[in-house]
Ligand binder design. Structure first.
Ligand SMILES: [Zn+2]
Ligand SMILES: [Zn+2]
Length: 254
């Protein structure tokens, strides 16, 4: 791997290792680019919690930490600042402002939740299976069309909530894949899902990516520095993508 655009930090409460340990591991294994894209905070509704993301009060310190590392290691690696964020229509303007205010290099679209953060609205275990396709489609298209995001993380995360993979699922997948391609957003083959056997990457989805020839990156989705050097999952991903005849972009240039 030359670049990884999907790296978390301890602030999200389910990752380990210091920020610097991620950088050192990346340098040790020959990465040229490492983007920190931790789970974005949001101004929360009273019924929501920040249990799987940084608190909003931690954002400035996160930015400082990444900027400091960017300077410290500038001769060894290109460190980028970003966040992985959902599309929440009622507060997307806040995200736009934060991206500008902190001069973020990129945002990764992690379409985890429908409208609000809760267990039932998590797209991998959606509480309304008959509506998952429709809701996921709408949120995906709206998020992709904001122009805010560089990468669409685990775009196939919804597949786990489906009872069957049918024509409707295929059509919806094709629609969001084509939209990503039109918007110039990279689809991410997610190694976090692969390492934890989470039901994604879901190969029927990736067969459509291959047919549509949509831009693709591999994302480590690192929640531990050692994920950056997990050769087993990286090699497995490369083998699968090669078999599917999907071209992988190693380095995103502006
Ligand atoms: Zn995470
Ligand atoms: Zn994610």
């Amino acid at each position: 791997m030359i670049a990884n655009y999907h790296t978390h930090t301890m602030r999200c409460k389910h990752a380990v290792g210091s920020d610097e340990e991620y950088v050192l591991e990346a340098i040790k294994h020959g990465y040229k680019v490492l983007a920190f894209t931790d789970h974005s905070p949001w101004p929360l509704h009273p019924f929501e919690s920040a249990s799987i993301r940084m608190d909003i009060s931690e954002l400035a310190e996160y930015v400082d930490s990444v900027q400091l590392l960017k300077k410290k290691y500038k001769d060894k690696i290109d460190i980028k600042l970003g966040l992985e964020a959902e599309y929440f229509e009622d507060r997307i303007e806040w995200l736009v402002r934060m991206k500008e205010l902190f001069e973020m290099d990129l945002l990764v679209f992690g379409n985890h939740f429908h409208r609000a953060i809760s267990y039932g609205t998590y797209y991998a275990f959606y509480n309304k299976p008959d509506q998952v396709l429709n809701h996921y489609r709408n949120d995906s298209l709206a998020g992709l069309k904001t122009g805010l995001f560089t990468i669409f993380a685990h775009p196939d995360i919804f597949a786990r909530s489906l009872r069957v993979w049918d024509k409707k699922a295929e059509d919806m997948s094709r629609e969001i894949i084509i939209c990503a391609k039109e918007q110039g957003v990279f689809l991410e083959f997610n190694l976090g899902g692969m390492r934890s056997r989470a039901g994604y990457p879901y190969l029927p989805f990736w067969k459509i990516v291959a047919q549509e020839n949509a831009p693709t990156v591999i994302g480590i989705d690192a929640h531990s520095p050692s994920d950056l050097s997990d050769i087993k999952s990286i090699d497995e991903a490369k083998r699968i993508l090669k078999e599917l005849n999907i071209h992988v972009t190693d380095l995103i240039t502006d």
